[in-house]
Design a protein around this ligand. Structure first.
Ligand code: SAM
Ligand code: SF4
Length: 333
């Protein structure tokens, strides 16, 4: 059987973002409805760690080398390190990453890193406690900052900060975030709001274009931003070195500049749906066949068939999506 997954547009799929839950202890306005998603969600609807590990193994056997655990908030799922321990030994899996709001990171970082989480992205949209609490509808900045320090202390590398920039809400903190990143030796990635799900669509009037962010950063640091030539770790981000320093920043501009031609990823939801594109409905249910007892070979074939249906690109610019299934909190970012 083939050892690499190539989609119809000659893109090699080597990265799977695995959402381990669609629940979250925060309620960021661009991601989640205030009441959360599917509060009636039954435990059995979520893939168990054994099921997740089996699907991840199938992907790795097909040539995937990078997995990111995300959510919802991945750290609200108990003993996440057990899943990491299950997948760490997979031959060919080179990189296990985590995306988190860091609320529980101080408690979990060491166990996760020991189990095999190499790197982590931490969402921080504000460095002002009250504003942070408002944006996240209940978040505790102090806990998050302690989580940041713990991730750095236990040796996760790299740690990156993700800030969704919202006009009139937190765009006045771009400079403060650059300074915080420099202070901690951490790359900051500024993200444009994306019109995904009702929550995402509702925030598009606060969209703040990446090029404006770059201008602001450049003026603040008083130095040129040198585009990074290393694309190996960039994904959808455009990365820059701040001239004369070791500091890096990045922008993720899904709307003002789409990055679909270099898309190398698919997403698995916590309920076992393989989502083929962030901005299109195309998806394949893996949970039902898995629970009906398919073999490992059949599972691999299901994945190969799914990748053959990966759409060429999203249409955020032309056609704002507002699809119930497409909530970012389910897709994992
Ligand atoms: N809870 C974790 C966190 O916040 O990092 C992981 C899941 S979260 C869905 C992953 C990323 O998606 C976060 O960096 C978040 O800021 C981003 N995100 C969520 N909804 C978004 C939207 N509508 N537009 C842009 N980014 C979004
Ligand atoms: Fe939760 Fe992350 Fe979505 Fe915020 S962005 S509501 S922390 S899943």
């Amino acid at each position: 059987m083939s050892k690499s997954l190539i989609d119809p547009f000659e893109r090699r799929i080597e990265y799977v973002r695995v959402s381990v839950t669609d629940l979250c202890n925060y309620r960021c306005g661009y991601c989640m409805p205030e009441q959360g998603v599917h509060p009636e969600g039954h435990h059995a609807e979520y893939l168990s760690y054994e099921e997740l590990a089996r699907i991840i193994k199938a992907f790795v056997d097909l040539g995937v080398s990078k997995v990111r655990l995300t959510g919802g908030e991945p750290l609200v799922r108990k003993r996440l390190y057990e899943l990491v321990e299950m997948i760490k030994p997979l031959e060919g899996l080179e990189d296990i990453a985590l995306s988190t709001n860091a609320h529980h990171l101080e408690r979990e970082a060491e166990k996760l890193h020991l189990a095999g989480v190499d790197r982590c992205n931490i969402s921080i949209d504000s460095l002002r406690p009250q504003r942070f609490n408002k944006i996240t509808r209940g978040g505790d900045l102090e806990k998050v900052l302690k989580g940041v320090d713990k991730a750095l202390e236990v040796g996760m590398k790299p740690v990156k900060f993700n800030m969704v920039v919202m006009k009139g809400t937190n765009d006045d903190e771009i400079e403060a975030m650059v300074d915080y990143g420099i202070e901690k030796g951490v790359e900051v990635r500024f993200i444009e709001t994306m019109p995904i799900g009702p929550a995402g669509v509702s925030m598009m009037d606060q969209h703040y274009a990446a090029d404006k962010i770059l201008k602001r950063v450049k003026a603040h640091v008083g130095a040129d931003l040198i585009p990074s030539t290393d694309r190996s770790d960039a994904g959808p981000a455009r990365n820059f070195h701040i001239a004369g320093t070791n500091a890096r920043i990045g922008v993720i501009s899904a709307v003002s500049q789409h990055f679909c031609e270099s898309c190398n990823r698919v997403r698995l939801t916590a309920r076992g749906v393989l989502a083929l594109c962030l901005g299109q409905e195309d998806s394949v249910d893996l949970r039902t066949p898995l629970r009906e007892g398919i073999s490992d070979q059949e599972l691999q074939q299901l994945i190969i068939n799914a990748i053959a249906k990966k759409p060429e690109r999203h249409f955020f610019n032309e056609n704002v999506h507002n699809i119930e299934f497409r909530q970012m909190v389910q897709l994992g970012g």
